[in-house]
Every structure is written in structure tokens, then in C-alpha cells.
Ligand binder design. Sequence first.
Ligand code: GTB
Length: 217
Amino acid sequence: MTITITAFERSPDRGRGMARDMRVRWALEEVGQPYDVRLVSFKTMKEPAHLALHPFGQIPTYEEGDLALFESGAIVFHIAERRSGLLPHDANARARAITWMFAALNTMEPPIVDREIARYLEGDETWYEQRTSAVEGRIRKRLSELSGRLGNADWLDGEFSAGDLLMVAVLRRLAGSGILDEYPNLAAYITRGEARPAYQRAFDAQLAVFTATTTGG
Ligand code: GTB
């Protein structure tokens, strides 16, 4: 059955793989599942056809036969549940991997997103510096705790899992901030994730969209 996901026609990140279709592409590549991509503009995302797939008018979405999903975490979970390669078979190990998926999205990602919102939308506010400092303090607290848990391990709990996939995808959003330099084991963890062939295929695919839309090729 054909799987179709949606992604930005013109991603504001200029092909750096920061938009959330990247984590879905990566999951599909990890399990060896081919997929199609429907590119959408910001205008198209707010029109009824897309809103029927995604109530908040965003990307990514996922269509497979008569199933339509939104929310990148739910999509990655669906892929991981239906195909092997992203969740352990042992029931307890599987539950722990799922816990790391939630930790990436519910504990690590919110302050990282808050920092981006401050940078891009609140830069002119008088309280911007104070806000950024507070948000970065919260990010550092979480990174420090995560760094302590990861220690010298390659992955968060044994073999690479969907928990690592989402965690690496979330931590990558700090690239260029300098903050990750303070946590060498987390920086190495991200590098390990990015070195996976499935990651590279996913990254190249989303970069090709940017290249095609900017060069007209
Ligand atoms: N919780 C949802 C999920 O996980 O799927 C959040 C989805 C979401 O935020 N989608 C964004 C979107 O569609 C794209 S990923 N935004 C358009 C809109 O809301 O109108 C967020 C994103 C966008 C751009 C960059 N960037 O340029 O670096 C990074 C992340």
C-alpha cells in the first residue's frame, strides 16, 4: 500500500532537516518502507483538503490506504509498531523505548521550541533577553539530566530505537546554538544518529526538495 506524507514545499530551514517531516522520513527509511511525498505551501496547509487530514493545518501528515494520521510522534509510533526495526520485541524493553519517545517530545522538545519561538517571534520584545536566558536555563537542566543518563552508552536503552530517533531529531534543533558543545556525549549521540544510513537517505531526500525549489531543477 502506498504511503504518502506531507512536507513543506519551501521549508524555512532551507533544507537543514529541522521540520518535522524529517523524523517521519527517517523512521520510514529505518524500516525500509518506500513513501511518496506531497509538498504543500503554507496557503495549501490552511485549506479544507489539508485541514481534513490535519486539524491544525500543519505538516507532517501520513496517509496509508484509508488511514490518515497527523502528529509526528504518533506517525513514528505507528510506523514503529507496524514494521520491525524501531521497537524491541521484548515487552519491557519496548515499553521503555516508547517512554523515551514521549520523553523526547514531552520533556525535551517543549523548552527547545520555546527558545525558537522567542528567537523568531519575540526578538523585539523588551523582555526578550530575560526570557531567552530563562528558557536556555530550562534547556540546560534537561540536557544535563539526559547527558547523565546517557553516559557513555551509544543509545538510550540498548539498541537504537524510535526513542533515539525522536530524541536525536529533537536535540538537532539546538544545532548552531552552541549549547550542545557543553554536553560532549550528547553531541556525539546526535552525530551517531546522523551517521545512520537511514538518516542520511531521509536528509538527502528533504534537501533535494529545497534544492529543486530554489534552483527550479
Ligand atoms: N506537534 C506537531 C507534530 O509533531 O507533528 C507539530 C507540527 C508542526 O509544528 N509543524 C510545523 C508546521 O506545519 C512544521 S515543523 N508549521 C506551519 C504552521 O503551523 O502553519 C516545525 C518547524 C518549522 C520550521 C523549522 N525551521 O525552519 O527550522 C523547524 C521546525
